[in-house]
Design a protein around this ligand. Structure first.
Ligand SMILES: Cc1ncc(C[n+]2csc(CCOP(=O)(O)OP(=O)(O)O)c2C)c(N)n1
Length: 477
């Protein structure tokens, strides 16, 4: 079948970016030029996304990370494993896909996430969260067994790090003591604000501000002094590192066998490269480089409103205002779910609502506002969400888990073992069932009917429209 013609847009010529076709081209730049390269990439993402929409906020926040990673590491020989992949537009631009960016998330175009069959630089396919550490650890062990010496780097967001699978990988990595670099992209945000105790822990690290400002800003200055600069920087840093080690709340990483480097300003490519070079020197186990970033960085019109800007449709470049398609004439499925839940919860105080890091995508945001004591955002933790609901049900509550169809896949055993075999009263309201369009195969909700029909005690209902969704009542409710 002939491939459809893909749209192309004229973007303003960008001095450095137009000559960067591979990471090798990037690595020929001087360190002082890295910020300019990052600025070009940011501008190109903004111009392109303003026309077609995409995961703009996350990718703008990770521009300098992408530059520093491909500068400091010899990719694709060194393996770069991105978590989720929604923040990797800069990585795509730097790895030979610059001119295809305007085709992203369209039929025949680039994937919105990562695909091994799209580029040799996409070492691991992604779309769902919290997988990068496990995959990277597997690659590191394979490297060791083959007697090779390249680096393996996982890049993970603060919310994805709290996901169960990532925590399981942290546990094993600390035990195996193999060489592994984890770059933590900490922007204090999931899609909604990040939740959970790990967020509090990372906040405490951020509070040790003075030291880090010294390292990043003074570090640049000292490095620019010929011959003595590097030595001066190292001497000053040793003293400061000792002080920081004493005051930083590093228990989680240190006790679990990780070395900690940070935090570092995630929008300063030279400081990032220095931190990554330092991480490369760690030979005896895993190391975490903690970078602070800002979602939507570089677009003042949206920087403050990044909650609504994780993923965007087209928007006006001058103001950031959304260019909305004409408003649908009837209330949407997600809104109907949220409103109906609020009505039911007002009548029955045993009903509780749960979401796994998707409050706005599922309509649970409205419930959280109205019933903050009876609605829970558990973070990127679908498995926990389901068994948490099972426990509530044992004690007489009536939990409703609002989880996207594709993400509920992760909690299959919890549905079988913890809910259905015990015939507990837990409702699952799956948003985004069926084909989801631009997000592609990792996000399609195509398997739910097949895998849930096989489970004992599970009743499946598939409302054909929003009205039927509102009126659906299984006999046990
Ligand atoms: C298993 C799973 N649950 C939910 C999502 C939806 N999701 C995509 S990105 C994201 C937030 C990730 O936050 P973080 O790891 O901090 O990265 P950031 O977006 O801030 O860069 C969520 C919840 C997902 N991709 N996978």
């Amino acid at each position: 079948m002939a491939k459809p013609r893909l749209p192309r847009y004229n973007t303003r010529p960008m001095k450095l970016l137009q000559d960067i076709n591979t990471p090798g081209d990037l690595r020929r730049l001087r360190p002082e030029q890295l910020q300019e390269a990052a600025n070009d990439i940011r501008q190109y993402i903004l111009e392109t996304m303003s026309r077609i929409g995409g995961h703009t906020g996350a990718s703008l926040g990770a521009v300098e990370l992408s530059v520093a990673l491909h500068y400091a590491f010899d990719t694709p020989r060194d393996r770069l494993v991105w978590d989720v992949g929604h923040q990797a537009y800069g990585h795509k631009i730097l790895t030979g896909r610059r001119d295809q960016l305007p085709t992203i998330k369209q039929y025949g175009g680039l994937s919105g996430f990562l695909r091994r069959d799209e580029s040799e630089y996409d070492t691991f396919g992604a779309g769902h969260a919290s997988t990068s550490l496990s995959a990277a650890l597997g690659m590191a062990i394979a490297r060791d067994q083959r007697g090779e010496d390249h680096h393996v780097v996982a890049v993970i967001g603060d919310s994805s790090l709290a996901g169960g699978m990532a925590m399981e990988a942290v546990n094993q990595a600390g035990h195996l003591k193999t060489r592994l670099i984890v770059l933590l992209n900490d922007n204090e945000m999931s899609i909604a604000p990040a939740v959970g105790a790990l967020t509090g822990y990372l906040n405490r690290i951020r509070e040790a501000q003075g030291y880090h400002r010294f390292k990043d800003e003074v570090g640049d200055l000292l490095h620019d002094i010929p011959s003595f600069g590097e030595r001066l920087y190292q001497a000053a840093k040793t003293v400061k590192d000792a002080i920081a080690a004493a005051v930083l709340p590093g228990a989680l990483v240190n006790e679990l066998g990780f070395k900690y480097i940070g935090y570092v300003d995630g929008h300063n490519p030279r400081a990032l490269v220095r931190a990554l070079e330092e991480a490369k020197q760690v030979k005896d186990g895993p190391v975490i480089v903690h970078a602070l970033t800002q979602k939507g960085k570089g677009f003042p019109a949206r920087e403050k409103n990044y909650y609504a800007w994780h993923a965007t449709g087209p928007f006006e470049l001058a103001t950031g205002a959304s260019i909305k398609p004409s408003k649908p004439s009837h209330p949407q499925y997600t809104a109907v779910f949220g409103e109906t839940m609020c009505e039911l919860m007002a009548k029955d105080e045993k009903i509780v609502a749960l979401t796994g890091a998707m409050p706005d995508g599922t309509g649970v945001d409205k419930i959280l506002e109205r019933f903050p004591e009876r609605a829970f955002d558990v973070g990127i933790a679908e498995q926990h969400c389901v068994t948490f609901a099972a426990g509530m049900s044992c004690e007489g509550l009536k939990p409703v888990c609002a989880i996207y169809s594709t993400f509920l896949q992760r909690a299959f055993d919890q549905i079988v073992h913890d809910v259905c075999l015990q015939d507990l009263n837990v409702k699952f309201c799956m948003d985004r069932a069926g084909i989801v369009g631009g997000d592609g195969p990792t996000h399609h909700g195509l398997l739910d009917i097949a895998y849930l029909r096989a489970v004992p005690n599970m009743m499946l209902m598939a409302p054909k429209d929003e009205g039927e969704l509102r009126d659906s009542r299984p006999p046990s409710s």
